[in-house]
Design a protein around this ligand. Structure first.
Ligand code: SAT
Ligand code: MN
Length: 580
């Protein structure tokens, strides 16, 4: 196979002469191809076949133990001007970055197969979808891309017709942490990733393309590329509202996107559009619409069980690639809080008899096609996407942030998004549980200066008076004994219902200095074991604590200097005054 598109052909030729692969495999995205790759990986030991009676077409991949999460400190945005990357990114001059990483690619695919992977982010016939080609020497990456994106011949056809695409060059190299780099060249629509085979570092369609490069393209073209799930909430009358919700990695986006309504909420249904990324654009009526650029899920495994997320639990029982989970004696995958079976082997492949840490890595993942999801919405394939009623920001906060509150305006909502903070998780290398600023849950993923990004967000209120309402939620508030105050999971529907009630103007708010909170009576607690005092605590705002918080937000915003948009400063001053 080859291509009629000269720019693609030239780039492949150049990459071949640089990396010197033994073979070239153009991926067509067929089932036969997928099955062939799986078979080869079973032979090579890249995959371990799981119990096929209970887990048909399921396999386990074990990463190199040094390569189990995104590496933010090795991820760079390479723009000509350092300020365009901003204080939120590691920056390197493009010429220097190319030089540094090209040295690693020289001869890197000797004796290996180079896979050419054309993919489309978004429904193949959507005007809002964007395409890319990933060159990789990892069959594991190809199999994941097959499950996660629209990959193969159809994507190639679209690329040949459009003539433009994002170029992604990837090699696992020797998986040496000292020779690991993830580099983005927004001006060239190019990504180069070396030395990691893991998730967001290696599946270049995901964070590298659909967030870092796409956020920069979206800024030029007037749309938004966001780290958001998209979920449809259908009421008993059959009307559906769509919400786009931004939470940092490993804060429950997949669970919320696949929520199962509890028995106390009869007639409500939940539809999944996406669990990680949303591309948002305004339609001609000024309504904000969302598509999910992905076609599958790369979700956190530990904690998934019949109670927390039955949809996901069932979804990953067939045609799933597991990465870094443990094994039972029956050769079934095992993870913490699976609630069934016992591990005999940990994620490194060691015996679990004298356990050193958990059996599954805390950032172990499943890769599965969205079509496996029982709650997958047909509208996930709609070329124009769905109309978004509300945007919801959130983070993992033990204290301070109430269960839910609403912004007074779009601009106030942008400030709330910019002020998001969350405890770090195992999704990225580094310390876990430290509160850090994670604006719009995009800290690791915004491909340009946050100050310009907030300015871009703010610009939408000039383009439309029909924008979604903005909210902030926190499912993770704890009492002094360290227990969660809110039950979470399916019960979060009660909070989403309040958000929808607000969108429909069915209920009022309790106005506080930070925004509109629910009146207790408007949160349905029927059948819930929660005392009025706890609900009150969940719905309280402690002005003195918030004064400390806004000092910290203020310091953070100041680090963006003169580039910080005046409208954001104005919102900040309003908040400061409301709290004084
Ligand atoms: O490794 S990924 O970036 O794909 C997962 C995540 O951190 O959200
Ligand atoms: Mn994510």
């Amino acid at each position: 196979m080859t291509t009629s598109l000269t720019s693609l052909k030239d780039w492949i030729d150049k990459s071949v002469s640089q990396t010197l692969p033994e073979n070239i495999h153009w991926c067509d995205g067929s089932e036969e191809e997928y099955n062939y790759l799986i078979k080869e990986m079973n032979k090579s030991g890249d995959l371990h076949e799981l119990n096929q009676d209970n887990y048909p077409d399921c396999y386990l991949h074990r990463s190199d133990p040094s390569d189990v999460a995104r590496v933010e400190h090795l991820t760079f945005i390479c723009t000509k001007n350092e300020d365009d990357a901003g204080p939120n990114n590691n920056w390197m001059m493009p010429s220097k970055a190319h030089q540094k990483i090209d040295r690693l690619f020289d001869g890197a695919m000797r004796g290996r197969t180079m896979y050419v992977v054309p993919y489309c982010m978004g429904p193949i016939d959507s005007p809002h979808a964007r395409c890319g080609v990933e060159i990789t020497d990892s069959a594991y990456v190809v199999a994941n891309m097959k499950l996660m994106t629209r990959m193969g011949s159809k994507a190639l056809k679209r690329i040949e017709k459009e003539g433009n695409f994002v170029k992604g060059l990837h090699s696992t190299g020797q998986l040496d942490p000292n020779n690991r780099l993830i580099m983005h060249f927004p001006d060239e629509l190019m990504i180069k990733s070396f030395g990691s085979g893991y998730g967001g570092n290696a599946l270049l369609g995901k964070k590298c393309h659909a967030l870092r490069i796409a956020s920069w393209q979206a800024k030029q073209e007037g749309w938004l590329a966001e780290h958001m799930l998209i979920v449809g909430i259908e009421n008993p009358q059959g009307e559906t509202h769509y919400l786009a919700c931004a939470f940092p990695s490993a804060c429950g986006k997949t669970n919320l996107a696949m929520l199962i309504p509890p028995k106390s909420q009869p007639g409500w249904k939940v539809w999944t559009l996406g669990d990680d990324i949303a591309w948002l654009h305004l339609d001609k009526n000024g309504q904000m619409r969302a598509i999910n650029p992905e076609a599958g899920y790369f979700g956190v495994v530990p904690g998934t069980n019949e109670k927390t997320n039955k949809n996901a639990f069932d979804m990953i029982k067939n045609k799933t690639i597991y990465t870094n989970v443990g094994l039972t004696k029956d050769n079934e995958p095992w993870w913490e809080d699976k609630d069934i079976g016992e591990p005999v082997t940990d994620w490194r492949g060691n015996s679990f008899e004298a356990p050193k840490g958990p059996a599954a890595h805390p950032n172990s993942r499943f890769t599965v096609s969205a079509t496996n999801n029982p709650s997958y919405s047909k509208l996930a394939e709609a070329p124009d996407g769905v109309v978004i009623s509300a945007i919801v920001f959130g983070g993992r906060r033990k204290t301070l942030a109430p269960l839910v509150y609403e912004a007074n305006s779009w601009e106030h909502g942008v400030l709330i998004g910019a002020g998001v903070a969350s405890e770090t998780t195992a999704a990225a290398a580094g310390e876990v549980g430290v509160v850090r600023r994670d604006p719009m849950a995009m800290k690791p993923f915004c491909g340009y200066n946050f100050a310009d990004y907030w300015d871009h967000w703010l610009s939408f209120s000039k383009k439309s008076n029909n924008l979604p309402k903005i909210f902030h939620v926190n499912w993770f508030r704890q009492n002094e004994a360290g227990e969660f105050l809110w039950p979470g999971f399916g019960e979060n529907l009660r909070v989403l219902r309040w958000i929808i009630d607000r969108c429909e103007n069915n209920v009022g708010t309790n106005e506080t200095a930070i925004g509109g909170l629910p009146n207790s009576k408007d949160i349905d607690t029927n059948d819930l074991d929660i005392s009025p005092e706890v609900l009150k605590e969940l719905l309280s705002v402690e002005n003195s604590e918030w004064r400390d918080e806004i000092n910290s937000i203020g310091e953070y915003l100041e680090s963006y200097g003169d580039r910080l948009p005046a409208a954001l400063k104005k919102e900040f001053t309003k908040l400061e005054m409301a709290l004084s």
